[in-house]
Design a binder for this molecule. Structure first.
Ligand code: ADP
Ligand code: ZN
Length: 638
């Protein structure tokens, strides 16, 4: 199909909604109804008797029929959609062997175990096997009693193994799982997959079915090309998961937000994905301290420990797993109610695969994504520091940028994802935050002008944090040292909190008014679009910053002053800040805070509202008035 039409026609068919999986080639072939009926009966029988299910899911039946008829296919189906059955049923229906190429031993073992439980003869060949195991597998193959053989691409493509398959085995089908790994355009390119391109030449008469849950349109075309599925058919299932409500929020005070979130969902199963091993542990520890059944999980842990944690989660012994993306491959837990991303994922494919682990039982579930510039910068530096080819790094950078746009977008999130995967759609999904609660907007032109002016007057040499500091008239040493307190915009945005400024500037960056130059220490710079706004010829709409509600203070014993471990630098900083503020407000410094309160602040260095409230001398009113400034100041001394 794909080779038969120029790209533009394919795109046209897509745009006008002609399903690409229409089997254009077979329309001229003679049609054998009785044969077709028997195939359909047979696959329904396997579905009922072997798998115990009543009906096929969308497209499964059509794919299975197509594959059994000996034709190639590329199956793009979201995680949990039921891809495995698309080659397992043909494998059971056919007399010979089906080879399944899979990248991970854990995935292979998982599948083999479930197949054994269903009474299907299957095996996996991998490096962790004894020669006795291997011999048993080879005799099963030779006696034609094995239906499915799972194998890694490296193992499959050895000359010896290929020779063995060609000489001694009746191959009915080759299934290539996680097929996106073959493409550099994909999100998980694996060089060992490239060799699979030779399979068509080596086994020209054996049909190939390639399957993946994550392939944007470029990757789909590339898989077809690499695996030479030119005469195959593309089965593109809808990627929409209507039972998942997706939302995203700026990553400020994430732990507090997560704690408040899980409090509403006590006893429900959820995953919190973190970028670093350390964060998995920090988040898990904080959740445990609040009484939740949570555990950390990451690749740095020994395999047996990971297996135990996974089992506990699977069996509902614990509710929350705080994990790196090492967790989840092959997890088939139907009742996961939410997936939280503590950090921005590196691309939309990964994000969508991870949230796809929620709600496999079809019940309502949620995906909550936190994002921050820091996450993005970290991910960008991973890309920059990797030893991969430059062209590959460029693709990864673009994918990261798309992820960022998704996170910060005020548009329908489902549409953003569907369009990304080549399933064009622009009506509102009704199950994302932006559809459910369209964000109110206001005219942010003045703020944009303030920010742009600060950036220009600061010589386009400041990052986001420093720009906000200048706008808010901060007393940080760095500001005075660089003479930034002398520029005209210094302090013009004092009445806006630090967090609100970050929120607004992020939107200006997303709207192309400000450039964050990752190649120059993430400094903020003007863009060709800045001028019109600065000169008042264009207005800018932005969303409001929503301040977090301050919780009612819980009375705690005040710390004893005598034993305070005071941070001298911080104390000096606090005193300077108080003097300056007192001058501006025209009040004596002690009216702002007493020396004792400053001592407590310098000793405890609180950076959360709740902890500030625990300091002697800070009540709700002072917290409202000075809380953000204090947090910002204290954080700058950490
Ligand atoms: P994928 O590989 O696409 O992520 P799986 O093949 O592992 O998904 O299938 C996900 C789950 O859905 C499995 O538990 C599987 O048994 C189940 N499943 C697949 N097809 C059907 C069906 N037709 N009816 C009911 N359950 C199904
Ligand atoms: Zn939507």
């Amino acid at each position: 199909m794909v080779s038969a039409f120029p790209d533009s026609l394919l795109q046209f068919l897509f745009l006008v909604g002609v399903p690409l999986y229409l089997d254009i080639h077979c329309t001229l072939a003679p049609f054998n109804h009785s044969k077709l009926l028997s195939i359909i009966d047979q696959i329904h029988q396997i579905l009922h008797e072997t798998f115990g299910y009543n009906q096929f899911r969308a497209q499964q039946e059509e794919i299975i029929k197509h594959v059994i008829e000996g034709k190639d296919a590329l199956v793009i189906m979201p995680t949990g959609g039921g891809k495995s059955m698309c080659y397992q049923i043909p494998a059971i229906a056919k007399p010979g062997l089906t080879l399944v190429v899979s990248p991970l031993i854990a995935l292979m073992n998982d599948q083999v175990t479930s197949l054994h439980q269903l009474g299907v003869s299957a095996a996996a060949i991998h490096s962790n096997q004894t020669s006795a195991d291997l011999n048993a597998i080879y005799s099963a193959i030779e006696s034609e009693s094995l239906s499915l053989l799972y194998v890694s691409p490296e193992r499959l493509m050895t000359d010896r193994f290929i020779d063995y398959l060609q000489r001694q085995v009746t191959l009915d089908l080759i299934a290539i799982d996680e097929a996106h790994c073959v493409s550099v355009w994909g999100n998980d390119f694996r060089p060992e997959y490239v060799a699979l391109g030779k399979l068509k030449e080596l086994f020209p008469d054996v049909p190939t079915v390639a399957l993946t849950a994550t392939a944007d349109s470029a990757t789909q075309q590339d898989i077809i090309k690499q695996l030479r599925l030119d005469d195959g058919r593309l089965f593109l299932s809808s990627f929409e998961r209507s039972n998942i409500t997706a939302a995203a929020a700026p990553g400020q005070k994430r732990i507090e937000q997560i704690i408040a979130y899980v409090k509403q969902r006590k006893g429900q199963a959820g995953i919190v994905y973190c970028l670093s091993k350390k964060s998995t542990e920090t988040v898990a520890t904080k959740l445990v301290a609040k009484g939740y059944k949570a555990l950390a999980y990451h690749a740095g842990m020994p395999g047996d420990k990971r297996a135990i944690i996974q089992r506990k989660f699977q069996s509902d012994e614990i509710d929350i797993i705080c994990a790196t993306i090492a967790f989840g491959m092959g997890i088939d837990k139907p009742n996961i109610r939410y997936v939280i991303h503590y950090n921005l994922p590196k691309n939309i494919e990964g994000y969508y695969q991870e949230i796809g682990r929620a709600g496999r039982d079809g019940e309502d579930s949620e995906a909550l994504l936190f994002y921050s510039w820091a996450d993005k910068t970290t991910l960008q530096s991973f890309i920059d520091q990797s030893t991969a080819r430059e062209s590959f790094k460029e693709i990864q950078t673009v994918k990261l940028e798309r992820m960022w746009q998704f996170a910060t977008s005020a548009n329908c999130r489902t549409n953003t994802i569907l369009n990304y995967f080549g399933e064009y759609k622009n009506d509102q999904c009704g199950h994302c935050d932006n559809c459910l609660y369209p964000p109110p907007r206001f005219d942010g032109t003045t703020y944009a002008q303030m920010a742009l002016s600060a950036i220009i007057r600061g010589g386009q040499r400041m990052g986001l944090g420093l720009t906000v500091d200048v706008l808010r008239g901060s007393f940080k040493q760095e500001i005075t040292q660089l003479g930034l307190d002398q520029i005209k915009t210094y302090g013009v945005g004092r009445e806006i909190s630090y967090l609100a400024w970050s929120h607004y500037i992020t939107q200006f960056i997303n709207q192309g008014l400000i450039q964050l130059d990752v190649s120059d220490y993430s400094r903020l710079k003007v863009t060709p679009l800045s001028k019109a706004v600065l000169e008042g010829n264009q207005t800018i709409e932005i969303t409001q910053f929503e301040k977090q509600k301050i919780k009612t203070p819980v009375k705690k014993a005040k710390p004893v002053l005598n034993n305070l471990d005071i941070d001298k630098d911080l104390l000096n900083g606090l005193k300077k800040w108080r003097t300056q503020l007192a001058k501006e407000m025209n009040v004596p410094p002690y009216r702002i805070f007493s020396n004792k309160t400053l001592d407590y602040l310098a000793a405890e260095a609180p950076t959360q509202y709740q902890d500030l409230l625990d300091i002697d001398g800070i009540g709700k009113v002072k917290l409202e008035q000075f809380g953000d400034q204090l947090i910002e100041l204290i954080e700058s001394y950490e």
